[in-house]
Design a protein around this ligand. Structure first.
Ligand SMILES: Nc1ncnc2c1ncn2[C@@H]1O[C@H](COP(=O)(O)OP(=O)(O)OP(=O)(O)O)[C@@H](O)[C@H]1O
Ligand SMILES: [Mg+2]
Length: 340
């Protein structure tokens, strides 16, 4: 059993604060808060770029919960999660508890924090089995050190991409039986447009709409196994807007920005003979009408051009939002690397 509850995380105010600056995701935020409050652990299942980190970092911040994150991969060992005795001190003086350097899992347990594992299904089964006792018993026994007890709301959150089958291992039944599932699918087109608007500061709805459409169409393309996330749409708008700062040549700039933003973010089917650039061309042809609107082919040239310049100048003044994000990132990093 997990020991005493360190703090309350269930108030309506916390839910409201956690939702601020996050587009949509009310149900997912509620579900995570509820799981934490109930002392449950979570499997977050969703493709890349579907707001898993954004939502968790926000929750950690508003609940004043420390946040430790590691990436699951074949090189991960139990001691990288749990901690280890400092070898030189042990050689000199033997095994003493003060020579034990705690890892992110044991720190999260003691601080009642979130232990977030990205790409969970890439970590070896013997490493994931180490999590079972902390999750089930709220305790872990470390040879020559003793037991470490978890403080609530200590929560293990494992993330996996349902489409990922490269280097993945089968998640054990024992693990799945001790965890609750929350799915993070792609958001709606309208929500993705809002996300891009929020993250880029761009006010030109035409380029936002086309960037989101392009990213979404990669997900439906028959030659694509895993399409681009909203990150690609954010990159497309950012790059396009920055290019427009240099000169007003939207057509050329779109042709530069689209492959830069999209081609390395799509994962092709093994059997296709197409290239990512070919797929982007296909999608561009599908979206010809939207592109004409963006490029001003269907409007008076001078008005279109002036309007665009005004929009981009406004859009490029987006640093306030970025600064806020950076501060948030700094806060999380601080909490990831220090005991509090
Ligand atoms: N609902 C949302 N509200 C606001 N911003 C979002 C939302 N979803 C995604 N974003 C933005 O999109 C980008 C990707 O989101 P995030 O990093 O949270 O995805 P992720 O699910 O953690 O991806 P990965 O699996 O690759 O780690 C970030 O810039 C984030 O700010
Ligand atoms: Mg992430």
């Amino acid at each position: 059993m997990v020991t005493k509850l360190r703090k309350t995380i269930r108030t309506p105010e916390i839910f409201i604060k956690a939702s601020e600056g996050v587009v949509g995701r009310e149900i997912e935020i509620k579900s995570i808060l509820a799981a934490m409050d109930a002392g449950k652990h979570i499997l977050l299942e969703g493709p890349p770029g579907t707001s898993k980190s954004t939502v968790l970092r926000k929750i950690a911040r508003v609940t004043d919960t420390s946040f430790y994150t590691i990436e699951g991969n074949v090189d991960l060992t139990p001691s990288k999660m749990v901690g280890h005795f400092n070898p030189s001190q042990v050689m000199e003086d033997g095994y003493r508890p003060e020579y034990f350097e705690k890892g992110p899992l044991t720190r999260a347990m003691e601080e009642g924090g979130i232990f977030y594992i990205e790409e969970f299904n890439r970590m070896p089964a013997d490493v994931s089995n180490v999590l079972i006792s902390p999750m089930e018993e709220g305790e872990i026994s470390i040879p020559r050190y003793g037991a470490i007890k978890a403080v609530r709301p200590f929560t293990v959150i494992a993330a996996q991409n349902p489409f990922d089958d490269v280097g993945t291992v089968r998640v054990s039944r024992a693990f799945l039986d001790r965890i609750c599932l929350i799915k993070m699918n792609y958001q709606s087109e309208e929500e993705e447009e809002q996300i891009v608007r929020l993250r880029t500061g761009c006010e030109d709805l035409d380029i936002i709409s086309i960037a989101v459409k392009m990213a979404r169409k990669t997900r439906e393309h028959s030659d694509v196994k895993l399409g681009a996330s909203v990150r690609a749409a954010i990159d497309l708008v950012d790059i396009f807007a920055s290019l427009q700062k240099l000169s007003d040549q939207p057509e050329q700039h779109f042709l530069i920005a689209a492959p830069m933003a999209l081609s390395n973010k799509i994962w092709l089917n093994e059997i296709t003979s197409k290239t990512p650039e070919g797929i982007i061309d296909d999608i561009r042809s599908d979206l010809r009408a939207d592109l004409d609107k963006l490029l001003g082919h269907d409007e008076d040239e001078t008005t279109g051009s002036l309007l665009r310049r005004k929009v981009y100048e406004k859009g490029l003044d987006k640093n306030k939002e970025r600064e806020r994000e950076e501060k948030e990132e700094h806060y999380v990093k601080k909490n990831s690397s220090s005991t509090r």
